[in-house]
Design a protein around this ligand. Structure first.
Ligand code: SAM
Length: 336
């Protein structure tokens, strides 16, 4: 079996694919309040193009694909797209990151299409606060979406909670308690500086996940635990007798670049080897410029570009909580 190894000996097996920059939410840490300029439709990769790229990536050694956005469930045709991905032999795991708003309608269809599991973003368990953070989201609908995901066994279900100082750090205990009775994996994530407006607010809203972990250790007996699909950046723990787990993602305070196994494909067709680096390879332009249906030629172009993206993957990022670099990134465009 082929393996993709980068210049620092890391095996790259995970491709994160953003299928849209559009979202029905405008979370305060992700998007600006101002009117947002979306990428024109013709500049967004078509589903057939994505499937073609994923097929080649899998031939080269990618085994896991995560679909994200924007909000992936707002893009028409997402279920058929997943069916097509499922036909790719040797693609072991297909997962999806969603805000959960449409999950009650989609969970069964996604499962039938071949999706393995979902990550759901949830930053507050209080209705009014949830609405504020997401700028208009509907907590009740998302909680219902989680029930549907559980019913369809889209497991393990990971709940992504971005910690924002002074806003939701007082809800940590409520999130932790969710793991006692339900098989949910709550992951506390450090707030990252994405988007210009967000950066201005960033320093006084950042709270290190390590700090939260230390508080929890004093309160609960946390047992380190491995979960089946945990080849990512989170470290997981369980409270004795609990059904679910608690994970900590320290994107900024402790880099996990040494074990980074991923590359990203943005919605506008750029391969991005590191979320925090602006280095990209324009794979969409390369395949569109080829102006040919010849499978061998297209395959060669795609493989070359994937190889190039792997070759420019940096050893690590230099971001930290004293973020001063104004070269911000836009999560909704790249795909978080
Ligand atoms: N719409 C989907 C969702 O809400 O999960 C997928 C896209 S969203 C950009 C993916 C993930 O990125 C979410 O879990 C979100 O919390 C996270 N995210 C976005 N901006 C972030 C930031 N500034 N810091 C940390 N996480 C962020």
């Amino acid at each position: 079996m082929n393996k993709l190894i980068d210049n620092f000996g890391r095996e790259i097996s995970y491709l994160r694919v953003s299928i849209t920059d559009r979202c029905n939410y405008r979370c305060i840490y992700c998007q600006s309040e101002k009117k947002f300029e979306f990428i024109p439709h013709q500049e967004i990769l078509r589903f057939e193009e994505i499937v073609e790229i994923v097929q080649e990536a899998v031939n080269l050694g990618i085994t896991n694909v995560r679909i994200t956005g924007g909000e992936p469930l707002v893009r028409k045709g997402v279920v058929d797209f997943i069916k097509k991905l499922r036909e790719i032999k040797k693609l072991e795991d297909i997962s999806l990151t969603t805000n959960g708003f449409f999950l009650s309608e989609y969970a069964e269809k996604l499962k039938d299409a071949g999706l393995n599991r979902v990550n759901i973003s949830l930053d507050s368990l209080q209705e009014e606060k949830y609405k504020k953070i997401t700028r208009g989201g509907n907590l009740e609908k998302v909680l219902k979406g989680i029930d549907f995901a559980l019913k369809e066994n889209l497991l393990p279900i990971k709940i992504n909670t971005v910690l924002i100082k002074g806003i939701n750090d007082n809800e940590v205990d409520d999130f932790v308690k969710l793991t006692l009775k339900r098989p949910l994996n709550i992951r506390f994530i450090e707030f990252m500086p994405s988007g210009e407006e967000v950066i201005n607010e960033f320093e006084n809203k950042f709270i290190s996940v390590q700090e939260i972990k230390e508080k929890l250790i004093k309160k609960y007996l946390l047992k380190p635990i491995k979960i089946s699909t945990a080849n990512g950046p989170a470290k997981y723990f369980q409270i004795k007798g609990g059904e679910g787990t608690i994970g900590f993602i320290t994107a900024l305070s402790q880099h996990f670049c040494k074990t980074c196994n991923r590359i990203r494909l943005t919605s506008e067709g750029k391969l991005r080897p590191c979320l925090f680096s602006n280095k990209e390879v324009d794979i969409k332009q390369a395949i569109r410029n080829a102006k040919t249906d010849d499978k061998i030629i297209r395959s060669k172009i795609i493989r070359n570009d994937i190889g190039e993206a792997i070759s420019i993957k940096p050893e690590g990022h230099k971001l930290n909580k004293k973020f001063s670099n104004r070269e911000f990134f836009k999560m909704s465009k790249i795909g978080g």
